[in-house]
Design a protein around this ligand. Structure first.
Ligand SMILES: Nc1ncnc2c1ncn2[C@@H]1O[C@H](COP(=O)(O)OP(=O)(O)OP(=O)(O)O)[C@@H](O)[C@H]1O
Length: 287
């Protein structure tokens, strides 16, 4: 992927091709095992969720995958290449892109200009003395395409600072799409969203091109079980389950891990055939 990437190659086997593979990944803070010997893979084109009770290690593992934090043990492979030692921005250039946070939006600029700058960073002249991204027709067309994809074309000329919380999150996805990602890492996208915003955002993630692989860390289990085709469950830093949403719902270790978090909490999971499939206990309900 980059000059920092080692030559180690990971061969994939089986019918489905692995895009991201973690092998024995750990991140220990002294004696605290925030992430402990985690092995799993995400297939190309998958909608994969990483869930777990509070303090399970989700954010830490997410940072390790994105490259913001270094694993203390284990290897990470992306597209067959060992990226364990590859930095965050080099991973992003290689297609493994994390959603931008609100802080990366320019609130005093229009929605159009925000995405145009990101598009220009990827497709345009890397740096100009007097940047005027909208003057470039190709960049403008590409920018509008990204805004259409995230449902913000009608807000193109609005100042970013005037957008609602949900719209800003849509815009963050637009910035990510501007990077032409192979895989997008979504970090709790539904946090702080209203039910309507969450619904819109779910539709947006579902409408992403099928060649874009998605890994999502999310507390809102309604969203997870609607969106994900495969789920990995962490508890106390360890991977305790990995499989389809149905398999994970039925897993006894998963039920115990969630219920153990809050005594007297309502059961977190209905059986798979009980309508919506998931009952929120409030334990991990960020909505
Ligand atoms: N920088 C740090 N130094 C020491 N311990 C940390 C650090 N960051 C996280 N931890 C600890 O690592 C463990 C995993 O934390 P992490 O935030 O990854 O869990 P999480 O599953 O994302 O939790 P939540 O759902 O509450 O956000 C926790 O015990 C946390 O206190």
């Amino acid at each position: 992927m980059t000059e920092q990437t080692s030559n180690t190659q990971h061969s994939t086997t089986g019918a489905h091709e692995s895009l991201l593979r973690l092998e024995g990944v750990s991140l220990h803070y002294g004696s605290l095992k925030a992430v402990d010997d985690v092995t799993f893979e995400v297939e190309k084109g998958a909608r994969h969720a990483l869930i777990g009770p509070n303090g399970a290690g989700k954010s830490t593992l997410f940072s390790v995958i994105g490259g913001a934090q270094k694993a203390t043990a284990g290897r990470i492979f992306f597209n067959g290449e060992d990226i364990t030692e590859t930095g965050e921005s080099a991973r992003a250039r290689g297609g493994l892109v994390r959603t931008f946070q609100h802080s990366s939006l320019f609130l005093g600029m229009t929605v159009l200009d925000n995405v145009a700058l990101a598009v220009e960073g990827v497709h345009g002249t890397p740096w100009r003395f007097f940047p005027n991204p909208i003057s470039d027709r190709k960049i403008r067309a590409r920018t509008m395409e990204k805004l259409e994809q995230v449902g913000l074309a009608g807000r193109a000329h609005e100042l970013c600072g005037n957008l609602s919380h949900g719209e800003r999150r849509q815009l963050e996805v637009g910035l990510v799409l501007a990077c032409d990602p192979t895989m997008v890492l979504f970090d709790e996208p539904a946090a702080g969203m209203s039910a309507a915003e969450t619904h819109r955002f779910m539709n947006l993630i579902e409408s992403l091109p099928s060649e874009v692989t998605v890994l999502i860390v999310e507390h809102d289990l309604d969203l997870v079980f609607r969106l994900a085709q495969s789920v990995s469950v962490l508890a106390a830093g360890r991977l305790i389950a990995h499989g389809t949403p149905e398999e994970v719902r039925a897993n006894e270790d998963v039920k115990v891990a969630y219920l153990g978090e809050s005594e007297g909490a309502e059961p977190l999971f209905y059986s798979a055939d009980a309508g919506a499939g998931v009952e929120k206990s409030g334990v991990n309900d960020a909505s």
